[in-house]
Design a binder for this molecule. Structure first.
Ligand code: HGY
Ligand code: MN
Ligand code: MN
Length: 412
């Protein structure tokens, strides 16, 4: 008998979580460690407790719920994603993976299924990396990629420290932020956030790996001056220098790999006044590619662009690293479990490499890992118009749930 979830409860749970930090345009404003994040965490904790899970929160706010298996010493299967969102994100990004994990344990309870291995579900802290960098921060601390004290000290644009926010919302837990045991596997369901599954006419994506990232920030220091009487050759305009580099970030990917992407997403201009020559501009740059050497080359090229722009404009500049993760390739054992489950359920499944980052990148350093993608309509994401049909959510959720059950094994 195939194992599938209860569709209307999945939809209802998705609708409920979407009301927490919901925006008037039908998206989500649920920044990491904000009041909205605390509210959705409280909701998730209540759901895990109602499902009879043994819950815990680690020192970085990662939330876990454990459902016992027949063999308490067997390495658990971990399933989850994240509940934080972009400033104006969609209701599926991250949340679908956490809700599918919750529905998995609820369905196991309803059917009174005993798994061989324990099954754990997780909500990772600050996957988005919007308010605090880097992205995938909670899973990164847990996997040992970051020093927790250094991450506690990270600040948002208002200078608020992450550790203080974790404390303020009551989610600086008491267990070490590290794997407390070996894990058999980690599975994550996520919306694709790209156009390919829809283009290919696929029902679900069988994710084989994730691109690498390199993120940084550059600040140009010019000279504030009156925009009227200051002749052009007198100016030290920080924004003109930044504009040159931003054009460079757009051009660099075309000279590198066919999947290389480059983005400037954040910029702060001071004093940001119509009649003052900008004296300080900070902006972020980010490149992604499946090949780590391409990431190195892209970073070298953007720093060269900064140097040249500073020279041309006669301004000073500095930069800082914000994030570097290498590409990852998932274990065949887990990828096959996902693919076998999807095809066993009669779904059209396509293998795909992720262009978005996910907590699975870090989980992959701890145990065998794989992901399931749900179709993103028009490939849209990090946008309130992000949309995945409930039918596509359901197919993808069944796939991750069935694969988790396959890996956890049945004891009854
Ligand atoms: O940036 C990413 O790919 C993810 O949304 N954090
Ligand atoms: Mn996400
Ligand atoms: Mn995201």
């Amino acid at each position: 008998m195939t194992f599938t979830l209860t569709e209307d409860r999945l939809v209802e749970t998705m609708r409920t979580q979407a009301t927490i930090g919901g925006t008037e345009n039908g998206g989500l404003h649920r920044l990491a460690l904000s009041d909205e994040d605390r509210e959705v965490r409280d909701w998730f904790m209540a759901q895990m407790e109602a499902a009879g899970l043994e819950t815990r929160v680690d020192e970085f706010g990662n939330m876990f719920g454990r459902r016992a298996g027949a063999d308490p010493d067997a390495d658990p299967v971990l399933v989850g994603s994240h509940l934080d969102s972009q400033p104006y994100g969609g209701i599926y990004d991250g949340a679908l993976g956490v809700v599918a994990a919750l529905e998995l344990v609820r369905e196991l309870n309803d059917r009174d299924i005993t798994t061989e291995r324990p099954v754990e579900i997780v909500n990772w802290t600050n996957e988005e990396g919007s308010r605090f960098q880097p992205a995938m921060q909670g899973s990164g601390v847990w996997a040992g990629a970051h020093d927790i004290e250094a991450e506690y000290a990270k600040t948002d644009v208002d200078g608020t420290a992450l550790g203080d926010e974790l404390e303020r919302i009551g989610y600086r837990g008491d267990v070490p932020a590290e794997p407390r045991e070996a894990y058999d596997a980690y599975l994550e369901l996520h919306v694709e956030q790209g156009p390919y599954l829809e283009e290919w006419g696929s029902d679900v994506g069988v994710v084989t790996g994730i691109v690498g990232f390199v993120w940084g920030a550059t600040t140009f220091h010019g000279e504030a001056d009156h925009s009227g009487p200051t002749p052009m050759h007198y100016r030290e305009d920080a924004l003109v220098a930044a504009a040159d580099v931003i054009g460079g970030v757009r051009r660099i990917p075309g000279t590198l790999g066919e999947r290389t992407v480059g983005t400037v997403g954040y910029m702060d201009v001071s004093p940001n006044s119509i009649n003052v020559i900008p004296d300080e501009v900070t902006f972020t740059w980010g490149f992604r590619d499946p090949d780590p050497s391409v990431l190195d080359e892209a970073k070298a090229r953007v720093l060269h662009e900064c140097e040249a722009a500073a020279e041309r404009e006669g301004v000073d500049w500095e930069w800082e690293d914000r994030m570097r993760v290498d590409p990852v390739h998932f274990a065949d054992r887990c990828v096959d479990a996902v693919e076998d489950t999807a095809t066993g359920l009669g779904y059209d499944a396509s293998r795909i490499f992720s262009g978005a980052g996910h907590d699975a990148t870090h989980a992959n350093a701890v145990c065998d890992t794989a992901m399931v993608f749900a179709v993103s309509e028009d490939g849209k994401s990090h946008n309130e118009d992000e949309y995945t049909s409930w039918a596509d959510c359901y197919r993808a959720a069944n796939t991750v749930a069935g694969a988790a059950l396959e890996l956890a094994g049945r004891a009854d």
